[in-house]
Design a protein around this ligand. Structure first.
Ligand SMILES: *Cc1c(COP(=O)(O)O)cnc(C)c1O
Length: 358
């Protein structure tokens, strides 16, 4: 066993809802801890899967995911050969780490951010350097990042919008930053929540991948597409990086069912537009609630809100017994709540006010 494995704290995955219900003795449970789409999945996904030819169960799936690849390339207007698919964006994060990191290499991340960047860096025995986000507005401290770049820096993770702060960085700000980063350092932009970033006209950094060979953009079907269970993510990278990743990728990583689900989900842009619009409406209401009640939060461009509450643990417990699971433990005294359906958001806010007045 690699020596660093002993020191690693494994990622704590979500438990099955049925298990949590049993433990707390509750009948109803709405999971708002994993940023899944609360409006479910496009109906077209199930229809497409039921049309699948079950006679091919004994055959390996298309290892190159050609149909899905072509559809994604068309949607993003990018070269299909420069897309790399993974079993969720999780696998893409693992792949980048496995391919590019060696012992003693350095990886830069903001703090707080998605924990898997650090986890996979540690598995490769690389060093993780955290640069605190701006305390006031939760945003990236790009100058702080530049100061920490050394000859050992291999990967810089930019999560945009960032999980858990929900904050969004303008593409022009990322570009200014990338221009100052040595070309030997990969800048990986995780856009798991980019569809929810509605403040900006052109929110994605895809065009930076065309401009800079060391930039990649990463996406997933798990969030707004509502396909978390099918495990499909991808990266848009330079031709060179694509060839490295294809060399190391497991040949049949995506099952046919996963490919069919993602393709059908991609085709139903009406469902996506509706989910984005509903989320935006509820996000505005959430932020007004937080402002009205003088609760510190960061302006979100994602499908979750991150806010401070001195009694975070007690509140999370209280919400759980009332049927709402939220995310704790990301920063002391802060909670992250996925923006749910209107009624659920109101119920949570009511419970927050009751707890606050105690
Ligand atoms: C959810 C999430 C992922 C992982 O997505 P999967 O495709 O489900 O593996 C990656 N990055 C961020 C920032 C996320 O929040």
């Amino acid at each position: 066993m690699k020596k660093q494995i002993q020191a690693i704290q494994s990622y704590t995955p979500e438990e099955p809802l049925s298990e949590v219900k049993k433990r707390y003795g509750i009948k109803k449970l709405v999971r708002l801890s994993a940023n899944e789409n609360p409006y479910g999945t496009s109906k077209q996904v199930k229809e497409a899967i039921l049309k699948w030819n079950f006679e091919e169960e004994n055959r390996y799936p298309d290892g190159y995911a050609l149909e899905l690849r072509t559809a994604v390339a068309q949607k993003l207007k990018v070269d299909a050969k420069r897309l790399v698919f993974g079993v969720g964006l999780d696998e893409i994060i693992a792949m980048f780490s496995r391919i590019f990191l060696e012992a003693e290499d350095e990886v830069l991340v903001t703090n707080p951010t998605f924990s898997e960047y650090a986890l996979h860096a540690e598995i490769e025995d690389a060093k993780v350097i955290q640069i605190d986000c701006n305390e006031q507005n939760g945003k990236y401290d790009f100058n702080g990042f530049l100061k920490k770049i050394t000859s050992k820096t291999k990967i810089i993770w930019i999560c945009n919008p960032n999980n858990p702060t929900g904050t969004y960085e303008e593409v022009s700000d990322i570009k200014n930053f990338v221009e100052k980063v040595p070309r030997s350092v990969l800048v990986l932009i995780d856009e798991a929540y980019i569809d929810y970033a509605t403040d900006s006209e052109e929110s994605s950094a895809l065009k930076l991948v065309e401009e800079f060979e060391n930039v990649a953009v990463l996406r997933t079907f798990s969030k707004v597409y509502g396909l978390a269970n099918y495990r499909v993510g991808y990266a848009f990278v330079s031709e060179k990086v694509a060839s490295y990743m294809e060399a190391a990728r497991l040949p049949y990583n995506l099952s046919s069912i996963a490919q069919i689900a993602a393709l059908a989900g991609l085709k139903d842009q009406h469902f996506i537009a509706e989910s984005i619009e509903k989320n935006k409406r509820e996000r505005i209401k959430w932020e007004s609630f937080l402002i009205d009640n003088k609760i510190k939060f960061y302006h979100s461009q994602a499908n979750f809100v991150f806010f401070r509450c001195p009694n975070a643990t007690a509140l999370a417990d209280k919400l759980l017994t009332n049927g709402y699971q939220v995310r704790r433990g990301l920063r002391p005294d802060w909670l992250r709540v996925t923006i749910g359906e209107a009624e659920d958001n109101l119920n949570i806010q009511k419970i927050m006010l009751l707890e606050k007045s105690k």
